[in-house]
Design a protein around this ligand. Structure first.
Ligand SMILES: *Cc1c(COP(=O)(O)O)cnc(C)c1O
Length: 236
């Protein structure tokens, strides 16, 4: 990575932090209430180092092999690793052993395996339940109607800590439609809190819709391109 590329990441990160701050202000959110998760999938280790040097410590990865390589290369750095990719039940061990957070739980079977496989010396795995708010058949995530029962069961698992909900809605460009999807997640979260679950996380909003997500109560936005620029076609 050239010094110019490193400088560009520092610059993008500053711009993104300003965008988040502006959105908080515009939508009556407390300053600093929205956390940035830098999505580093398909970006090289040096890109993560460049963001780390600017004080970014939470990184999201989608692929297990790539994530393992990066964690090994960055061992000893103060990084909080978030798994945000598709979860298959035969791949849960790598998540349970290597990550601090997972955002993409949508079935009890997966949650049980993660809890069983979480090393006893580690802190509980911090979890979000992925909800399919736009009802697209192709999208992962539990149906909103089934989310409360599943959330209750996950909250009972010993080595997981259910922190909240996550969604990856249908990509739409107009602000009000973006808000509609995020509002569904916020409403569902409020219902679960009223049911007695202690949830504090709404993982929603990406590079193209972070303002709408912040307007609807996001506490964690997952930004890839806005931080690192376009993703390389192939994994590094
Ligand atoms: C890739 C990805 C992101 C980041 O997307 P950008 O549009 O690059 O900000 C966020 N969340 C998930 C689940 C992703 O897979």
């Amino acid at each position: 990575m050239t010094t110019e590329q490193t400088a560009r990441i520092a610059q993008r990160l500053a711009e993104v932090r300003q965008r988040i701050r502006d959105a908080e202000l515009a939508h009556g959110r407390e300053a600093g209430s929205v956390q940035l998760l830098a999505v580093s999938k398909r970006q090289p280790v040096e890109a993560i180092r460049a963001a780390l040097a600017e004080g970014q410590h939470a990184f999201g990865e989608n692929y297990l092999q790539e994530g393992a390589e990066k964690r090994a290369a960055l061992a000893g750095e103060a990084i909080e690793w978030h798994f945000i990719g598709a979860l298959q039940s035969n791949k849960t061990r790598a998540v349970a052993e290597g990550f601090d957070w997972v955002h993409t739980i949508d079935r009890l079977k997966i949650a049980r395996r993660l809890s069983e496989q979480r090393p006893s010396e580690a802190a509980p795995l911090q979890c979000c339940l992925q909800v399919n708010v736009s009802g697209e058949a192709s999208k992962a995530g539990v149906e909103p109607g089934q989310a409360p029962a599943l959330a209750m069961q996950i909250a009972d698992l010993p080595n997981l800590q259910l922190r909240g909900l996550m969604t990856l809605p249908e990509a739409v460009t107009d602000f009000e439609s973006q808000r509609d999807a995020f509002r569904k997640l916020r409403t569902l979260q409020a219902q679960l809190v009223a049911d007695g679950l202690a949830l504090d996380t709404l993982s929603m909003g990406m590079s193209n819709d972070l303002e709408a997500a912040v307007a609807e109560g996001a506490t964690m936005v997952r930004l890839g391109t806005a931080v690192f620029g376009p993703r390389p076609e192939k994994k590094p």
